[in-house]
Structures are given as C-alpha cells and as structure tokens.
Design a protein around this ligand. Structure first.
Ligand code: KIV
Length: 266
C-alpha cells in the first residue's frame, strides 16, 4: 500500500488542504517527486507528446502506459499512482475492465478515464471490482478532434450545467476522484463544492481540491514552444529540478498557484 491512499485524499479535502499531483513517467522522477512531497503521481497519456514527440495523445497504447506505470512503481516512495487509460482503451466495457486490470497489475493504484456522464457504467463496474477511478472531464485531449482543438470547456451555461450534473452522476456511479481540465474557475469551484470526492484541476483555477501539471511544462521544457496559459515554469526561481518540485508543492499548498493569470473566466 502507498502512504497516500483515498482516505488521505478525502481527509485533505475535508481539511481544505490542497492536494498535489504531477505527471511522472519513470523511476528516478518518481523518487524525486516523492521526496518533494507530491502526493499523486500521474502516468498521463501526455507521455505521447512529451516523451514520444507525437502531436496528440492518440497514438499512445496500453502497452506504453503499462511500461511507464511499472517504471514509476519501482521509483515510487509512498505516493498514490494514477494511470491513464489511453485513447480507445475504454471503447467497450470489456476493454475497459481488461485494460484497467493491466495497468493495476503494472503498479497503478487508480485509473483515470477521459469522458463525461457516459463513463458512469464503466466507473460503476470498475469500482465494484475494487478499482478506484478518476474521471477526467472538461477538456479531454483524447477527443481533441471532436472538440476542434484544445479549448476551454463549460463556458456556455447549458454546457456548464451539464458538466455539473455529469460530475454528480459520476460520483454517484462510484468515481473516487474527478479531474477538471481547462474549465472556467467559477464552474470548477461549483463542481468541487457539489461533490464529496476530491477534485483536481489543471487550468481550472484555485478553487479545486488540488492541482496537477505536466512535469515537463512546469520545468519549462517544451517541444512545440507553445506554453498553455495555465502553466507556471517553476524552474525560473529554482536552482534545481528537485527545488522546482518543492516550490510547486509549496505554491499549491499555500494557494499561490494557480494565480489569476493562470485562470479562465466564463
Ligand atoms: O495526460 C496527462 O498528462 C493528463 C494531465 C494533463 C491531467 O491527463
């Protein structure tokens, strides 16, 4: 068992202490992030972009995710490990169960699925079988072609109301955590207050229960040269990579990150 469990995350939410999460894809960074006090390590399918050099996350396979999850597990020193089900790995219920089992056996403690209300059945089946699920809502990069780009989601009232309803339905289905990406801050805060499970944000303002960033982004590393509005480069004021991770943890815990310039309005 890791030191950080669902019970830890729920207690942090109740206390109002912010939860820290960063992406991680290998053993050495897993150990370094744990030493900095990061509570959740996310093997994100963003590895398709930052490690593999693709222009989206769509080419990432379950085998890629299992490989990196196993590497992170070997370096982990007590954090909770969350692994993404990549594009189309949850196309059917049977695939969802089998692929989630593969990632749990590789070392994940929780599975993250991208989607919305339609995830309810998969989440219920996984939870019944003892697999905690994080539902990734808002901007879901695996659907970038349908969304017409990496755009803020939930700006229109009807879409915002649907997102709030979906969040409550996914909690009722058994989701253990929600993740909101590129959502106006007011909506993210409303959703966080409307559910009892922890809500992690990226580009969702300071009102969520915790924050996540892609590790390469917060270290100021970029293949494309484009930097999203919600990213802060923690290397600017840090003498080393471990110091940048510690600065991230301190800034999230002190609610100094995200700052107003990292937020989206409705
Ligand atoms: O794949 C990933 O790294 C993610 C984060 C952007 C939340 O899903």
């Amino acid at each position: 068992m890791p030191d950080v469990t669902l019970t830890t995350l729920q207690a942090l939410k109740r206390k109002g202490e912010k939860i820290t999460m960063l992406t991680c894809y290998d053993a050495t960074f897993a150990k370094t992030l744990c030493e900095a006090g990061v509570e959740l390590l996310l093997i994100g399918d963003s590895l398709g972009m930052v490690l593999q050099g693709h222009d989206s996350t769509l080419p990432v396979t379950v085998a890629d995710m299992a490989y990196h999850t196993a590497n992170v597990k070997r370096g982990n020193r007590g954090a909770m490990i969350v692994a993404d089900l990549p594009f189309m790995a949850n196309a059917t219920v049977e695939q969802t169960l089998n692929n989630s089992a593969t990632l749990m056996q590789a070392g994940a403690h929780m599975i993250k699925l991208e989607g919305a209300g339609w995830l309810a059945e998969s989440i219920r089946l996984l939870a019944e079988r003892g697999i905690p699920v994080c539902a990734h809502m808002g901007l879901t990069p695996q659907a970038v072609n349908l969304l017409g780009g990496y755009k803020v989601q939930g700006r229109e009232e009807a879409q915002a109301a649907r997102m709030l309803e979906d969040a409550q339905a996914l909690e009722a289905a058994g989701a253990a955590m929600l993740l909101l990406e590129c959502v106006p801050s007011d909506l993210a805060t409303r959703i966080t207050q409307a559910v009892s499970v922890p809500v992690i944000g990226i580009g969702a303002g300071p009102g969520t229960d915790g924050q996540v960033l892609v590790m390469h982004d917060m270290l100021g590393l970029s293949l494309s040269g484009r930097v999203a509005k919600f990213v802060r480069n923690f290397m600017v004021d840090s003498p080393s990579i471990p110091a940048a991770f510690s600065a991230y943890v301190s800034a999230v815990k002190a609610v100094q990150f995200p700052a107003p310039e990292h937020e989206f309005s409705a």
